[in-house]
Structure formats: structure tokens, C-alpha cells
Design a protein around this ligand. Structure first.
Ligand code: N01
Length: 552
């Protein structure tokens, strides 16, 4: 007889109603929502020794959020909102971890979180209608629902450089930074990678190290963060304006707390454009692109903005050779995730910072004393820093070794790229929900916004199942096919899908299929679609009651 219960109270040893993997932004809210709103028996597990998810690991020099602090927070509880005060415009990794600790303590989540607990595999037991989850060490947990909150950028992409094993110095990936920090004093450091992470870390490393060599494969745009402490009046305004801040975030494409102006780049003269962009530069942050609606829609419009940014680099960087390498950018502005920085281009004016253009002279191999380039040039190094990003979106999910009905594995199902319905479910994997999974807006947004939306949708869905007396929900291949077409349509309507070396497409990981993974149709639009699906009785999903499950 299959176990089909979904109710409280629970005797010890009974299966959980829900097992959540991850104790970051997603896992903490999912735990609170299912436990405290629905009264379910829930456990969250995380391999880390503390809560915080991605931020538990990301402690590299300069690690700081590029969403503004007042938007990088939960908005579901006024009490939580008012009880916390950010200190800076952009919080650093330490402050974000303190915020996550504050949330875990305020909501009394810790009794239902198991840390230092690594999931090795997840198998769906069809007869019992339960997920069986094997932990490192062999312990087995069972749960009706399995919910992943494993982050989109949590599986490190470490370049497979020949000779790395023989490197006599130390090497680190920015996403798994030693908690004790790294002492760069007196050291010759090489940093590979110039994405959002590398652009944050390079100036900080340059200020500490004897010498820094930045290895650049793809030149990148960056605009200044203009980070600063928050003034008391600003803090008070944030505390008292949750509703106003949230309503802007809910209405925008990317979940940020600013609105994009309804003006085309073609509507302004060169002089007007320069004036608008100079002001935006001084204001700082991701809002730089908010002055125009067609930055990501129209190549020639984008080129005008890109031209301004390339000129800025040439003006900031005094060495013309370095400036040329940094300003020779081959993709539209914001076609890859636009970084924001604190003194990135300025760092190349320091005497102790060099730049290597890997397009002109690639790394041939790592040698014990440093790095050898194809030209034969050797660069002596004591420390190598890989700011080389992540196996984004699919990597953390595939790593969980998930097997659904009929022995199908997620790894095999996604061999040609991820297929999901709404980024929330995969056919053949009943009762598995993927918070901010591929096919949802996720990484194109200020992350807490899509996380809250997914958590609330999943909570509503499970409440609906309970009302219906159903214990199983699974999407269909047809719903996934239709959604896959919509994900592609939305990406192709922008310049995002035209950047061949973007991690949105999986292009940064050798051998990964080239499929545009996040949903580019806009967060507000996506929220509406998800609400409609729920209102239509969870269209695109099949719900089953205990009898039907038992008869299968
Ligand atoms: O990673 P990336 P990231 N040899 O993939 C290069 C978020 N984030 O960690 O462009 C040489 O963007 C690679 O080159 P290319 C944010 O969403 C948020 O910087 O692939 N180089 C690129 O230059 C961001 O987008 C915050 O040609 C190699 C770099 O390494 C995402 O995380 C802060 C290479 C990787 O850039 C990822 O950013 C930081 C190789 N074999 C990050 N492999 C917040 O503030 C890769 N590269 C919230």
C-alpha cells in the first residue's frame, strides 16, 4: 500500500512532507512557508556549516552584491523588513551572511535545518510515491515533496588547464574561498576571468599583492557601483517604505527597485546621450541601463551605449595598449551580465598590474613556477585565482544525481539542454520542484524577487493539492515542449541569445549544450503566467489522488 499521507501531526520516523535542499535565500523561505503557513513537516539540508547558500561560499576579495541592499532582502514580512538595517548601498558578503543568520534566528528556522549534510542522490520511489534521498554517509531520508534551493551559480567552473596539478603555488576558485582569507602580501598573483566576480576581485587583490596579472579571455563592460554607506535618512526611508519598494520590484522586468524609462536610444542626440549617460555613470549601479527601453532589443541602439562605455575605458586606462585590450569588446552591452565595479579599470593604472589578452596569446599550460603562454612567454606566479564562473543553472541540479520514474535520470533528460515547465518542474520527476530552475527568469533578475515568487507559487500548489486530496503533481512533456518554445522565443526577441560566449547559453563550460537557459520574457510577465496556470487548476500539470497513485 503506497504511503499517500500529507498531513500533520507526524510521528517520529515518518517520511517528511517536504525535504528542501539548500539553506540559502530559497531554502530558508521555503522552509518557513511550508512549515509555518501550511503546518507541514519539513527539513532543509545544506552541505555548508552555516546558512547563506551561495553567500556562505562566496568570500573572495571584494565580494559584494550588485543589487542594492534594500532590494536584496525578503519582502514577505514587514516585521523581518523593519528589524534589519543595511549599512551600505551594496552589501558585502559578510553583511549578507549576517542578514541570513538574522532571518534564520528571527523565524526560528534552525531546528529544522541540518547543516554539513550533503545529498548524494535522490531517487523517486514510484510505488510509495516518495522521494528517497541518500545523504553522504549513507543515511536515507524520505519525503513526499523534494524541493531544490541549490542556487543557480553554485557549481564552480574550474578550467582544465594542463599542468595545474604540478603548480607549486596555491590556487583558488572564487566561489569556494578559504574562510580564513588568502594573504596576498608580497605575492605574485594571476587572476583568470573578468566577469562580475573578477571585476570585483582584481582591484582588491591589486591593492594587497606584490603583483597581479589579469588573464582576460573576453573583454567586458563595467560601470561604477558608486558604493557608499547608507545615510540615516536613507535607512529610515527604506524601513518605512516596504510597500512602495516592493511594488516597483514586482512591476519591473528584472525585479530591481528602479523603472526603465520608456525612451529609445534613437530619440536622443549624441550630446543628450552623453549627458544622460554621464549622469547615470555618476549615479552608479545596474540602473545605468535604465535610461532607455531598447538597450537589449536593438543592436544599433545598443552600439551607441557601448561606444560611450568603450570611450570611458580608453579615458580611464592610461596605457594605450592595456586600454585597447580592455576596450575591444565583441558583444553588446548587457548581452552578458553587466558587472558593476569599484575601481576595476583604474586598477590597470597601477605599476603592479599587468594584463594578458588570452585571445592573442592563450595559456598553453600551468608550470610549477607559474603560467606559460602559447608564445612561450612565462609568467611567474605564487597564487592563481580562478574567477572563472559556474556551471550555471543546470550544474547544481545535475550534481544531485536525481532519478525519476522508470529509472530516468535528470542528467540524461537534460543531455541536450534543460527542459522544464516554467523552470519549476520536469516531466518524469513527480513532486520535484526546482526553485529558480532553468526556464525561469532567475539569473536575469534581482534574485530574491524570483525566489519569493517561486516559493509562494510552490506553497500555493502544495496547499491546492492538499485541498484536492491529491498527493502527486507532475508536468507533461507537451507542457515542457510548449514552454521550451516560449523560452527560446523570449530570448531571441532580445540581444541576449546573440552572445556566443555567454554563460546564459552554457558556452563557458566545455561540452555543455548551447541552450539559452533563463526565461527572458520578464519577471512581471512570468509572474502573471504562473498565476494564470494556478488559476486554471494547474494547467500543464497532472494531479493525482492516493487511489490513482496506488493503482499505478
Ligand atoms: O563568472 P562569469 P563570474 N580560460 O562566467 C572567464 C553572479 N555574480 O563568477 O567570457 C580563461 O561571468 C570568462 O571568459 P569568457 C552574476 O550573475 C553576482 O564572474 O567565458 N578564461 C569570464 O571572463 C555573474 O554574471 C555577483 O570568455 C576563462 C570569467 O572567466 C555570475 O555570478 C557578484 C575560462 C567568468 O565570468 C557569474 O560571474 C559576482 C578559461 N578556461 C557574480 N573559463 C553579485 O554581486 C572562464 N573564463 C550578486
Amino acid at each position: 500500500m503506497p504511503d499517500t499521507s500529507l498531513s500533520s501531526p507526524h510521528a517520529a520516523g515518518e517520511p517528511l512532507d517536504a525535504l528542501i535542499i539548500g539553506a540559502g535565500f530559497s531554502g530558508l523561505y521555503m522552509l518557513h512557508s511550508l512549515r509555518d503557513r501550511l503546518g507541514l513537516k519539513v527539513l532543509a539540508v545544506d552541505r555548508a556549516a552555516g546558512v547563506g547558500g551561495t553567500w556562505y561560499w562566496n568570500r573572495y576579495p571584494g565580494a559584494r552584491c550588485d543589487s542594492e541592499s534594500h532590494s536584496y532582502a525578503y519582502t514577505f514580512s514587514e516585521e523581518l523588513w523593519k528589524g534589519w538595517s543595511w549599512t551600505q548601498r551594496y552589501p558585502d558578503h559578510g553583511e549578507i551572511r549576517r542578514y541570513m543568520d538574522y532571518v534564520a534566528d528571527t523565524l526560528d528556522l534552525r531546528p529544522d535545518i541540518r547543516l554539513e549534510t550533503t545529498v548524494e542522490r535522490c531517487d523517486f520511489d514510484d510505488a510509495a510515491n516518495l522521494w528517497r534521498v541518500t545523504l553522504k554517509g549513507g543515511e536515507l531520508l524520505s519525503a513526499r515533496f523534494l524541493i531544490t534551493g541549490v542556487g543557480c551559480l553554485s557549481t564552480a567552473n574550474i578550467p582544465n588547464l594542463p599542468g595545474l596539478a604540478d603548480f607549486a603555488g596555491a590556487w583558488y576558485h572564487t566561489g569556494a574561498w578559504p574562510h580564513a582569507g588568502v594573504d596576498f602580501a608580497g605575492k605574485r598573483v594571476g587572476q583568470v576571468g573578468t566577469g562580475s566576480t573578477g571585476i570585483q576581485s582584481a582591484p582588491v587583490i591589486a591593492a594587497e599583492a606584490k603583483h597581479l596579472t589579469v588573464f582576460q579571455r573576453t573583454a567586458n563592460y563595467s560601470t561604477p557601483a558608486q558604493n557608499a554607506p547608507l545615510a540615516p535618512e536613507r535607512k529610515a526611508w527604506i524601513r518605512d517604505n516596504l510597500d512602495a519598494i516592493r511594488s516597483v520590484m514586482l512591476a519591473t522586468t528584472n525585479g530591481h527597485p528602479f523603472t526603465v524609462t520608456d525612451r529609445s536610444l534613437h530619440d536622443v542626440t549624441d550630446a543628450e546621450l552623453t549627458e544622460i549617460l554621464e549622469r547615470a555613470w555618476d549615479f552608479g549601479g545596474l540602473q545605468f541601463r535604465a535610461g532607455f527601453r531598447d538597450v537589449l532589443l536593438d543592436e544599433s541602439a545598443n552600439a551607441r551605449m557601448a561606444g560611450f562605455l568603450k570611450d570611458k575605458i580608453r579615458r580611464i586606462v592610461r596605457d594605450p595598449a592595456k586600454a585597447e585590450i580592455l576596450a575591444t569588446i565583441d558583444h553588446p552591452y548587457a548581452g552578458k551580465r553587466p558587472p558593476i565595479d569599484s575601481g576595476y579599470f583604474e586598477a590597470f593604472n597601477r605599476d603592479n598590474v599587468d594584463l594578458v589578452d588570452l585571445r592573442a596569446d592563450p595559456i598553453e599550460r600551468v608550470v610549477p613556477s607559474g603560467v606559460r603562454l602559447k608564445s612561450g612567454r612565462e609568467i611567474p606566479l605564487d597564487i592563481l585565482v580562478f574567477a572563472t564562473g559556474y556551471d550555471a543553472l543546470t550544474g547544481p541540479l545535475i550534481k544531485l544525481n536525481i532519478t525519476g520514474t522508470g529509472g530516468r535520470t535528470l542528467a540524461k533528460e537534460w543531455e541536450a539542454g534543460p527542459r522544464t515547465y516554467l523552470g519549476l518542474q520536469v516531466a518524469g520527476f513527480p513532486n520535484l520542484f526546482t526553485i529558480t530552475g532553468p526556464g525561469s527568469p532567475s539569473v536575469l533578475c534581482n534574485m530574491p524577487v524570483p525566489i519569493e515568487q517561486h516559493v509562494e507559487w510552490i506553497t500555493g500548489c502544495i496547499a491546492h493539492l492538499r485541498e484536492q486530496g491529491a498527493t502527486r503533481i507532475e508536468t507533461t512533456p507537451a507542457a515542457m515542449e510548449a514552454w521550451g518554445r516560449e523560452v527560446k522565443r523570449a530570448a531571441d526577441a532580445t540581444l541576449l541569445s546573440r552572445v556566443p560566449h555567454s554563460w546564459y547559453l552554457g558556452a563557458n563550460v566545455p561540452g555543455k549544450p548551447r541552450v539559452f537557459m533563463p526565461y527572458a520574457g520578464g519577471m512581471a510577465h512570468y509572474r502573471k503566467l504562473c498565476a494564470e496556470v494556478a488559476a486554471k487548476g494547474y494547467e500543464g500539470f497532472v494531479l493525482a489522488r492516493p487511489a490513482a497513485v496506488a493503482a499505478e
